[in-house]
Ligand binder design. Structure first.
Ligand SMILES: Cc1ncc(COP(=O)(O)O)c(C=O)c1O
Length: 381
């Protein structure tokens, strides 16, 4: 496979821009978007029949494919709009209250933290955030952090598979084993995992797992998945209750009112595109590129990366010696506009960091241009 800028044409990405932030919103191959549009048209041609028949048949086939890709049985998988929707559904469904406690680390995605606080904190559940200091030296640090906080009243742990701002793969299987022994359910937020790393979700030993296929799996936006441990499906309801209520996980999540499900149908074409664009080989190549680029940026600025290579996949977050974390949105906007790049500036505590993504269309030159832009913008030599 001829990776790099020659593959930009596979996507609708603006070739005049350097795309360094695949992680936030993904990018859809043209072939996949065309397929999604095809499903939209098919639904329009004969809506009554489509929504009564093809809709359910297609979703059944696609969920079987989800299970083949990420492990487990099809009936334990459901499509969701995104990881945010899955998180809200699970927190709303968990029957917890005063006397119970929910844990998460400070690496939790901001929107998911808000959902925990709203649904569980709002019902009197004690909400505890465990501070995960950066850089992380070793995965065992994260295991120890959770182990030290597990008490009988801890009924739920929310843990990222790959953290958002620090871009670290956390040891979720070890953590889930500890939680199981403590009678604590585990919700894994794997928003970044599908298509970025190989997945066998049931083998992680968690109770709930969500992932976004619209980030690294090349699915259209609005294609998230939710896995629920066998036997627990009937306890989890979407935040929108509709005709499927009481019919089990798939029945409830497949129908949350009339909607455009083309992103879910096009999961099949996304899986095909992912394989065509390198599949497992591309995942390994992207991981190696992110490692090389991360090391180069860290060396250029004399700053640390958020964690060791073994905890990273196709992203890397590097601390910058300049700027304030609170200003990251403005820096992001100004650097993107001034240098024609989609760079991802984000807070690292009070400080500032840059998170890079490595996708099939990236090359080392992209990250060299990023370093040059950051040096120029911050007047750092
Ligand atoms: C760890 C994590 N969880 C959840 C999300 C939310 O994803 P979405 O906006 O697709 O729901 C993100 C998005 O980047 C994320 O990084």
């Amino acid at each position: 496979m001829d990776y790099g800028h020659s593959l930009l044409g596979e996507f609708h990405l603006d070739p005049a821009i350097r795309h360094l932030n695949h992680g936030s919103f993904g990018a859809v191959p043209k072939s996949v978007l065309a397929a999604a549009q095809g499903y939209q048209i098919e639904a329009e041609r004969r809506a009554s029949t489509f929504f009564r028949e093809a809709y359910h048949r297609l979703l059944g086939e696609r969920l079987a494919l989800v299970a083949r890709c990420y492990g487990g049985a099809a009936e334990d998988w459901a499509f969701v709009e995104n990881a945010t929707a899955a998180s809200n559904a699970v927190f709303l469904s968990e029957r917890l209250g005063p006397g119970d406690e929910v844990l998460f680390t400070s690496a939790i995605y901001g929107a998911v933290r808000k959902a925990v606080v709203h649904w569980l904190g709002g019902r009197g559940v004690k909400v505890t955030e465990l501070p995960l200091a950066l850089p992380v030296e070793d995965p065992s640090q994260v295991v120890a952090l959770v182990a030290a906080a597990l008490r009988p009243q801890v009924k739920l742990l929310v843990i990222d598979h790959i953290t958002s701002t620090s871009a670290l793969e956390l040891p979720v299987a070890e953590i889930a084993a500890l939680c199981r022994a403590n009678g604590t359910r585990v919700f894994v937020d794997g928003a970044h995992a599908p298509g970025q790393i190989a997945l066998d979700v049931p083998a992680l030993g968690a109770d709930y797992y969500t992932g976004n296929a619209h980030k690294w799996q090349f699915a259209p936006k609005g294609c998230g998945v939710l896995w629920v441990r066998p036997g627990l499906g009937g306890e989890v309801h979407p935040t929108t209750i509709s005709h499927g209520y009481g019919t089990g996980l798939q029945g409830e999540f497949n129908w949350i009112g009339t909607r455009d499900a083309s992103a879910w149908f096009a999961f099949a074409e996304a899986v095909e595109a992912h394989a065509r664009l390198g599949g497992a080989e591309a995942m390994a190549r992207n991981r190696a590129l992110a490692a090389e680029a991360g090391a180069m940026i860290a060396e250029a600025f004399g700053t640390p990366i958020s964690g060791p290579p073994g905890m990273r996949a196709a992203m890397a977050t590097v601390l910058l010696p300049l700027g304030a974390g609170a200003e990251s949105e403005r820096y992001h906007r100004e650097i993107s506009a001034r240098y024609g790049m989609e760079a991802c500036l984000m807070p690292w505590g009070e400080r500032l960091a840059v998170r890079i993504s490595a996708q099939v269309y990236n090359e080392m030159e992209d990250y060299e241009a990023l370093v040059a832009a950051l040096r120029d913008y911050f007047e750092y030599n």
